[in-house]
Design a binder for this molecule. Structure first.
Ligand code: ADP
Ligand code: MG
Length: 258
């Protein structure tokens, strides 16, 4: 067997599929530019690593079940002056994950709470952390079913395992006693162990109503807020703002047509 074919077979046998595939192109380039042997080897291995990393991140992103993929670069801070961009950039360094601190995003609908939560989630995935996103109502329904079927502990592990758990839209529906209790158990179990990013359009004062019980609400808040970063987003919905702008532009255009 010629050396090239042997090399390819060995790469495949070692599981370096992408390097095997890229071998010809790398050899040709190396020959043309008279690249030193060691540079050729490093380049070939880096090509393999880059493909692996992308595949790994893709898998992690799918597992995280994010509702969309938007980053902080996609976030228009000028449109949202109530958001302290320094605080958000600081959070994007992910120090809060290292310290198992929480992030609470509060504000009316459409102001970018989920966007910021997802962006921080993507940053965490990029740094190799396991992330899981769930709407609050789905989380509670899931844990409640598990509780009723006497398998709460096992089911809870899904929400305890990821380094970052994103819980979206707390307070969308009020919770009953079982719902509030299983949620408390989750928050207590993650306390000082793993970060939660939580979004809600309710202020903390409403949480007694959301959980149907001020005692449980206080116990939950106590743990969530102890090590936390709270971001209050005010202002109008970004979606409505865009619609309104589109409307203004349409008006201008129709006037010009007259
Ligand atoms: P919320 O979770 O607060 O209801 P979202 O994060 O879902 O709001 O934002 C609604 C839509 O508007 C999303 O598509 C989001 O990407 C976009 N959006 C909101 N705020 C901004 C912003 N400041 N810059 C860019 N896009 C934004
Ligand atoms: Mg949202």
């Amino acid at each position: 067997m010629i050396a090239l074919e042997r090399a390819r077979q060995h790469l495949l046998a070692l599981g370096l599929k992408d390097a095997a595939q890229a071998l010809d192109a790398h050899l040709e380039r190396a020959a043309k530019r008279e690249v030193p042997y060691v540079d050729f080897l490093a380049d070939l291995l880096e090509a393999e690593l880059a493909v692996r990393r992308r595949r790994y991140l893709d898998t992690r992103t799918k597992l995280a079940r994010l509702p969309f993929r938007k980053t902080l670069d996609d976030f228009d801070f000028d449109a949202q002056p109530s958001v302290d961009r320094r605080q958000v950039r600081e959070l994007a360094t992910l120090q809060f994950l290292a310290h198992a601190e929480n992030v609470i995003l509060l504000g009316p609908p459409g102001v970018g709470k989920t966007h910021v939560a997802v962006a921080l989630g993507l940053a965490a995935i990029d740094r190799g952390y396991a992330v899981y996103f769930t709407p609050m109502h789905r989380l509670v329904e899931d844990l409640r079913n598990a509780y009723e079927e006497h398998r709460l502990d096992r089911r809870m592990r899904i929400y305890l395992a990821p380094r970052l758990l994103i819980i979206d839209e707390l307070g969308y529906l009020p919770l009953d006693r079982v719902g509030a209790t299983v949620f408390f158990q989750l928050v207590a179990a993650r306390y000082e162990r793993g970060s939660i990013i939580l979004t809600s359009n309710h202020t903390f004062a409403d949480w007694g109503q959301v959980f149907g019980d001020p005692v449980i609400a206080t116990a939950i808040l106590d743990r969530l807020l102890h090590h936390s970063h709270v971001i209050n987003i005010r202002g109008e919905s970004y979606r409505l703002r865009e619609k309104r702008r589109a409307g203004i532009f349409r008006n201008v255009e129709s006037k010009q047509e007259l």
